[in-house]
Design a protein around this ligand. Sequence first.
Ligand SMILES: [Zn+2]
Length: 507
Amino acid sequence: MIFALLLLAASAPQKGRLVVVAVIDQLRYQDVLWLAPELGSRGFAGLGTPAPMRYDTVVTETAADHAVLSTGAYADMNGVVGNRFYVEGARRELVEDPSCPVWGAPQIGRSSAMLRVPTVGDAFKLGTDGAGRVVSVAVKDRSALFLAGASADLAVWFELETGEMASTTCYAPGPPPWLPQHVLVDWKDWVWTMSRPDAIARLVPQARNEGSRPANDVGAEFPHPVGNGKIDKRLALAARNSPAASTSALRTASAAVKAMALGESNTTDLLFVALSSVDGVGHQFGTLTRERVDTILRTHDELGAFLSGLRARLGKRLSVLLTSDHGLNPTASDERRLRVGQGGTIDLDGLIQKLNRALDEQIGLRREGWVLAIDGSQLWLRSPFPPKAVQAAVEVLRREPGLWKVIPADEIDAAESFVRHSWFAGRSGQAMLVTRPLWTMKKAADAADHGSPWNDDALVPVSLQAPGFRLRRNGVIRATQIAPAIAALLDAAPPAAALDDPAIEHE
Ligand SMILES: [Zn+2]
């Protein structure tokens, strides 16, 4: 009898579903329109015609916006005010958490504990008594952690400190046997060349961008020596900021799907895949560059192949939603070259020096400087400081031609929704800085940056391939509609603070 039952179980068809959410770091809506001829009739990663989606926040940055995608709420609710914040004079990454040591680097700790509201994965776990698996695989720690949440089965990323795909002891005591090891070996001698030389040269005739700031000795134009024969910290940095990192992350995602039998577990599983190579390349080389275009096309090719493999196995049991966390502002040199005159660049270091000088004159000399940082579109003064120091700083900043508005803490409540959404009292700085459209506020070491509420930074694509569902195409989708959409794909109710309507509807 038992034998017969076992036989029956073995021959029963595998059931289960897989929901994949892919997030391409720094993919602009305009990227997929401009590159549409190269992407082919099936669109980016084979996911069809994208719709535009906007983030209604000033802090269009990786940590903040991945948290918006997973929670359905902005920083004012979810607490993730940017990639970094400042406590008692010290800079802290939002993902820093000594209580969750990283595998192989116990001196650093990482978690999503700064989230003040649950992710869609957290709600799914709570709603099903943990039945469905939730896994995230990313290039960056902040993408993996803020998409997944603390309740996930695993959140894994490419860890710069170890040069390995890694997670923390809060998810598992150490790397599971299936996790790809020593991923940098693949890139030790890798020279990055263009995947489609003719098409890319036609799209971007200039081989070298005037404003490019290549890092880690990879050179200013193709071919780029990402590997130089040595496995070291330089290779980890060069690989992370090239197409290599996304390739390694996708290989890890494939290994996770196979080893964990995602989608084959008689329940519904959720897999996040967050690929950041476009962002690493865009910051170094700029918006309109061969390097950035090649990285977008490689991501399209490789993610498309990964999804085709899943589709072949799971068929209608696979649902895929793709979007991005933010865009990228055009560089001032491209704006000049193409005679678009409204934009410009604010040099962050120069602005901080100017503020320090003004406050030295008006409040009194302070050798260590009054300004701790301008980061995540926020001004952070060094404690202690008198209230008049904030007023003086705001007055100086309001005279900057590239700043549209400067909003101190006590004026946030009366400001635009994108300003209010960016602010979490007690965690944000002393004032919010909003650049004018086409202006970039950046460090000299970067070619290009993002971090404004305007369309270049805030408008991204969203695509869907899910049996029985389609995107709502009446107007621009809101970023807060993604978490409810993921919940709908999971057949689950949205997480606690995701109050918006889903971005998708039944066909
Ligand atoms: Zn970025």
